[in-house]
Design a protein around this ligand. Structure first.
Ligand code: GLU
Ligand code: MG
Length: 433
């Protein structure tokens, strides 16, 4: 970034963005010679940015309306070269007096990591990002996980890897997913905030590369009616005083007591956290049995139908034992989702929550009492459980919950009278950048 401030004929661009409560990234752009202002005073944004729905409707509340002003601030050290003279950095949201806004989701995650650190706990977070490319491989030529699809998109894949390398994003692998046009990348484990930043960086790079190849990309939980959903699975591992808690212990699959508590806490609280994991008007279409989206709140070693998939230590897991939360989809704000997941695991460690019985088969084949409850898809229930959840309130804070509830209520009422295809079309590109 050495020559960022040079004023040239065609100025380089600096972009800073936040993720709002509908999971949509919203941005400000300056010429590179204004980067200092972006770092110090910040770029203006109305408080209404906090109450935009995925379709841009405004869910005004008492505290978030047309009056007042906020600032997006970036750090120069976070800037990444995303190509063609464009640099991007994740922004934090500040009040005019310079303090960090209580509605800043990046700050909520940073705060959660500090709470963990006060108990000597440190998390690493990895991601699987699924997306659908339109305008690429024709549907009739599609095979799930197909070699043909990978070869057909080889120039896109090659350019994406090159762009990621330049932007210092560690993409570990790429594959064709199940549904037509659907692909997936995995992002290497990183600190929680950096990992959430990386979700947006990855979307920028996928979006820019797709455009350069004449394609559009959707991260929507349901990109076309009746298709395979796009998940945004989160993996995490935890160490306590530097020692892994999901391996090396005497509980199931080598978990330590802390590890079992973390998993127990996660399963116990997961249903209360759906509002930040998968609550767009499309999320319920994806969270159905046999879609590998983890529709049942239970856990199992390498169980792809469980909301929580445990991945035990093995030679096939180079990053060591970890836990995957499958519920999360592309509409989730990655900062808030990660904050809530880590807070649930932390609560389980502190309270030594017992590990529930493992489900070792497809939960759909079991009786209702044996397979675990379904992840809620009814918005009334999702918001009622959010409001009542101590884990959510302590990790997200009152301001975020106020805005989130308003956004989700309006989002759902606006889609309530529409048929599925209208909602799918309306929101197809809401989470694309
Ligand atoms: N597409 C599935 C989802 O919506 C996930 C498939 C997989 O296990 O990778 O979560
Ligand atoms: Mg996948």
């Amino acid at each position: 970034m050495g020559n960022l401030r040079e004023v040239t004929q065609t100025p380089a661009l600096v972009i800073g963005s936040i993720v709002d409560l509908a999971g949509v990234a919203r941005a400000k752009v300056v010429p590179a010679n204004r980067v200092d202002a972006f770092v110090s005073s910040g770029m203006g944004a109305s408080p209404s940015w906090n109450v935009f729905c995925a379709d841009d409707a405004l869910a005004f509340t008492e505290n978030y309306s047309v009056v007042g002003d906020l600032r997006l601030r970036i750090s120069e050290s976070d800037l990444r070269d995303v190509g063609d003279g464009v640099s991007w950095a994740p922004a934090t949201l500040h009040e005019l007096d310079g303090s960090v806004s209580p509605v800043c989701s990046r700050e909520a995650l940073r705060r959660t990591t500090s709470v963990l650190a006060s108990n000597d706990l440190e998390a690493l977070v990895g991601r699987e990002i699924e997306f659908t490319l339109f305008g690429g491989v024709p549907d009739e030529q599609w095979s799930a996980y197909g070699l043909g699809a990978a070869l057909a998109q080889e120039s896109f894949i090659r350019e994406l890897f090159a762009n990621a390398q330049r932007a210092q994003l560690n993409i570990e692998q790429f594959h064709a997913e199940y549904g037509p046009g659907q692909f997936e990348i995995s992002l290497a484990p990183a600190s929680p905030v950096e990992s959430a930043d990386n979700v947006i960086l990855a979307r920028i790079l996928i979006g820019r590369t797709a455009r350069a190849h004449g394609m559009t990309v959707s991260f929507s939980p349901m990109p076309t009616v009746g298709s395979s959903g796009n998940g945004a699975h989160q993996h995490f591992s935890l160490t306590r005083a530097g020692v892994p808690i999901f391996s090396g212990g005497r509980q199931a699959y080598g978990m330590t007591d802390d590890g079992a508590g973390a998993l127990g806490g996660l399963v116990a609280h997961l249903g209360d956290l759906t509002a930040v994991l998968a609550s767009s008007p499309l999320s319920g279409m994806r969270l159905q049995p046999n879609m590998w989206s983890g529709a049942f709140i239970t856990w199992g070693q390498e169980n792809r139908e469980a909301a929580v998939r445990f991945c035990a230590e093995s030679s096939g897991n180079p990053h060591g034992a970890n836990v995957e939360v499958k519920v999360m989809d592309g509409s989730a704000n990655p900062y808030l989702a990660t904050a809530a997941i880590l807070a649930a695991a932390h609560a389980g460690i502190v309270n030594q929550t017992p590990l529930p019985r493992e489900v070792t088969v497809n939960p759909s084949t079991l009786t209702e009492s044996a397979r675990g409850e379904r992840v809620p898809t009814d918005m009334g229930e999702i918001l009622q459980r959010l409001r009542a959840s101590g884990v959510a309130r302590s990790s997200l804070g009152d301001s975020i919950i106020e805005a989130l509830v308003a956004v989700k209520e309006l989002e759902h009422s606006r889609c309530a009278g529409l048929d599925a295809s209208a909602v799918v079309e309306r929101l197809r590109y809401a989470w694309s950048v």
